[in-house]
Design a protein around this ligand. Structure first.
Ligand SMILES: *[C@@H]1O[C@H](CO)[C@@H](O)[C@H](O)[C@H]1NC(C)=O
Ligand SMILES: *[C@@H]1O[C@H](CO)[C@@H](O)[C@H](O)[C@H]1NC(C)=O
Length: 404
């Protein structure tokens, strides 16, 4: 049975990749005159002071960091506390702003007097540059969220603390952003000295309880899928091009007869979601899906199968060579001494609450906050209608408790 499913899924994945490459090369040129959507652009349009930076990681990736320095309610000043916001897989920095002023976490924090920094991890739409490699080099794509934790987040933190002359920052992350934080704090624990506390929305470390059927099936075959795509020279899922952005923008908008098709795709992946503000979908489709390496998915698939939070599995011989052990080593979560706040929801089928509770048991300095809603789902932490009242208010009051 599972074998059959895999035969169906593989051609679809491969087909989609080819179609996307074809479109990217042949058709979409026409549409490139449009202004590219960025977090800085969204913020400036809403009347906020914003700028962007390029940050180079220790292994040569060039990442875009967006920053909101102030608003009418809180003009830019030198001694604001900095907060780094880090998005999830296939996502990007605008995600923290799409809900708009008063509702989106990026804007709320800026109005509350924080210096808001919005990261983009390697390989996403805004971070596809490297000092020596190009995106057509297979080596460019040889990373998972492991490298985001070891290189990207530290580079962002170094840049922010140098630029602001503030010794310590807050971090708020969503989904894969939380995974990268857990990797960083385990593998490079010294970076916790540059942080006040970390807020993990929909935390992902252990994944054995993931309820999404599709991800379970994919995880079973992820090893095969990874080898096949690699053999075919496919190393990443490309960001949507202008043509796809326009088509999806039309299909996904409120009142469109096809909107159901658009939300169904999200529901297959992320489960039923009554809280999602569908009015935002056309805007979200301007930057999502924002691109990722296949290895990011392969690494998550391994976690679903092993039930452990551990490094990439290169197979017996590869593991012996790389780790000198048969199995990849676990990340040492006990290294995480920083205060960590886990915000989770019972209707989240990705960051399953049992997995979050397992993480809670392991972390040495941790508190947990269950979102008080039965319908709040994985994506609602960034795009949900009531994320401000159900989640962000809690985050803000916890942050305020450090300012006193
Ligand atoms: C990818 O990088 C790892 C080191 O992080 C290395 O062990 C591995 O051989 C590389 N794989 C390829 C295909 O280059
Ligand atoms: C959904 O998003 C739109 C566009 O930003 C906004 O006008 C509307 O108030 C939002 N709806 C809710 C219920 O938050």
């Amino acid at each position: 049975m599972l074998q059959k499913i895999s035969y169906c899924i593989l051609p679809v994945i491969i087909g989609v990749s080819f179609i996307r490459q074809y479109e990217a090369n042949e058709i979409s040129e026409v549409f490139f005159d449009d202004e590219v959507l960025t977090a800085t652009g969204i913020a400036q349009k809403a009347g906020y002071a914003a700028e962007s930076y390029e940050v180079v990681t220790q292994d040569g990736y060039i990442l875009r960091l967006d920053r909101i320095t102030g608003s009418k309610k809180s003009p830019p000043s030198e001694n604001k506390t900095a907060v780094l916001l880090l998005h999830g897989i296939l996502d990007a920095s605008p995600t923290w702003l799409v809900e708009g002023p008063e509702k989106a976490l990026g804007f709320i924090l800026a109005d509350q007097g924080y210096d808001v920094w919005l990261g983009n991890v390697r390989g996403n739409r805004y971070s596809r540059k490297h000092l020596t490699l190009t995106i057509s080099d297979p080596d460019f794509w040889n990373f998972s969220w492991n490298e985001m934790g070891i290189y990207d987040v530290p580079a962002m933190i170094d840049h922010i603390t140098e630029q602001t002359q503030q010794p310590k920052i807050f971090m708020v992350s969503h989904s894969q952003g939380t995974t990268s934080f857990f990797v960083m704090a385990s593998e490079r624990p010294e970076y916790q000295e540059k942080m006040i506390a970390s807020f993990a929305l929909a935390p992902v470390a252990f994944l054995s309880g993931i309820e999404s059927l599709l991800f379970h099936v994919l995880a079973t075959f992820i090893g095969d899928i990874y080898s096949i795509t690699e053999a075919l020279g496919i190393y990443d899922l490309e960001p949507s091009n202008r043509l796809m952005q326009r088509i999806r923008g039309k299909i996904c908008r409120d009142g469109s007869p096809e909107q159901l098709a658009c939300t169904s795709v999200l529901e297959i992946l992320f489960g039923l979601d009554e809280k999602l503000n569908t009015t935002l979908l056309p805007l979200i489709m301007q930057y999502d899906p924002a691109g990722a390496s296949i290895k990011q998915f392969a690494h998550y698939g391994q976690l679903i199968q092993s039930g452990k939070f551990r490094k990439f599995d290169y197979g017996l011989a590869g593991n012996m060579e790389k780790y000198n052990e048969k199995n990849p080593p676990d990340y040492n979560l006990r290294n995480i001494r920083l205060p960590v706040y886990l915000h989770y929801a019972t209707n989240d089928i990705i960051a399953d609450f049992q997995d979050v509770l397992e993480l809670y048991e392991v972390l040495p300095n941790v508190e947990k906050y269950l979102v008080p809603s039965d319908v709040f789902a994985h994506l609602d932490f960034v795009w949900g209608k009531d994320a401000n009242t159900l989640v962000y208010n809690e985050v803000l009051s916890l942050m305020e408790s450090y300012r006193k």
